[in-house]
Design a protein around this ligand. Structure first.
Ligand code: 5GP
Ligand code: MN
Length: 337
């Protein structure tokens, strides 16, 4: 397998870790499969290497990712505030995964940022906030953070064998971040998948847990979302809005709308998709596109967010009636009428 990073970075990683005892792994708010897969895969691997490891997120992961964290070891700042604060205070090394800096961790990020621990970034988003960290492993030229971490670990400990749990965690991140191998695939991705498969990560087992494990309400909410796709043909765009009353009617739980943003892209002639979901005090916006239409620029400029070329997100004020006007304005800057 090709080394993703130069040997001097691996040497610095080794140097920082061998003089440490407690390692704290942290990821972004509303953690997805790549975030939780990165935490658990790396966390269990480091524990196997003899370190004391803790794993934290600002908010809970969706129920369907629980199978990665069978013993419920990942702590949520929103629920276990005092315990997380203690873990941050005790950490010798902090590793931020699947996030480009501490800001996407909200208040927990401020605490991490203020810590005197050695700070490492492992991520695949653009524009890493290098200044927040002592050591940065970051490139957008991988499928996922899980792939990136696997390749760092392979360069560091080429002879180590991953446990089945570690391999399942990493493979889940790759499968979910690539939209089931539909995008962000690089030649080396399949070598990593092959190695994880050889360590016992079964594709069918993961698909059963992640994609064939819906509650009845979640399936019905999907039906509602599909029935209510709005089209803006002049912008080759389809969008979905889920307001609080609709979410309540389907007893929405965190994670129930995973993947919904992709639905409009399956329609002929549609190249951009937007998904709006009403949260406590704002509307979360997810954007996706096909081909050479960049959505990260409008995520940043119009929705106070950012992300990848074809997959970005952000937020807007809690006023559903303003969605279409704002969306049209944003699309007007990237798609010529
Ligand atoms: P999603 O729609 O799945 O929540 O997010 C898609 C992508 O957008 C994520 O992988 C991440 O790269 C990026 N993203 C999500 N939320 C934010 C945000 O608040 N700020 C920035 N800069 N990027 C985000
Ligand atoms: Mn990711």
């Amino acid at each position: 397998m090709k080394d993703l990073f130069p040997k001097n970075l691996i040497a610095r990683w080794n140097e920082a870790l061998v003089s440490s005892v407690r390692i704290l792994l942290a990821t972004h708010i509303y953690p997805d499969g790549d975030a939780v897969g990165s935490l658990v895969g790396l966390g269990l691997f480091l524990r196997q290497q003899g370190f004391e490891v803790s794993m934290i997120c600002p908010s809970p992961y969706p129920d369907f990712l629980k199978f990665l964290d069978k013993n419920g070891e990942v702590l949520f700042f929103s629920h276990d505030r005092e315990q997380v604060i203690r873990q941050i205070a005790e950490a010798d090394v902090i590793i931020a995964v699947d996030v480009s800096g501490f800001t996407r961790m909200e208040e927990m990020g401020d605490l991490l940022s203020a810590s005197g621990a050695f700070k490492v970034l492992m991520d695949h988003h653009i524009d890493p906030v290098e200044g927040d960290f002592d050591l940065v492993f970051s490139t957008p030229d991988v499928s996922s953070t899980c792939e990136l971490i696997y390749r760092v670990l392979h360069s560091w400990r080429p002879k180590a064998t991953l446990s089945k749990e570690q391999a399942i965690a990493f493979l889940t991140g790759i499968i979910t971040d690539t939209n089931q191998f539909a995008n962000s695939i690089y030649p080396e991705t399949f070598n990593v998948v092959s190695a994880l498969n050889a360590c016992g990560a079964d594709m069918e087992e993961i698909f059963d847990q992640v994609f064939r494990n819906f509650t009845y309400n979640r399936m019905r909410l999907m039906g509602y979302a599909l029935q209510n796709i709005k089209l803006l043909p002049e912008f080759k765009t389809g969008y979905i809005v889920l307001t609080r009353d609709v979410l309540d009617a389907f007893e929405y739980k965190n994670g129930d709308t995973e993947g919904f943003v992709n639905f409009p892209l399956a329609i002929q002639g549609i190249s951009v998709s937007a998904f709006f979901i009403q949260r406590e005090d704002h509307i979360k916006v997810s954007l996706r596109s096909k081909g050479n239409i960049a959505v990260n620029g409008i995520a940043k400029e119009f929705f106070d967010g950012g992300g990848h070329f074809n997959a970005s997100a952000g937020k807007m004020e809690d006023k559903p009636e303003k969605i279409e006007t704002l969306l049209r304005e944003a699309l007007g800057t990237i798609i010529a009428l």
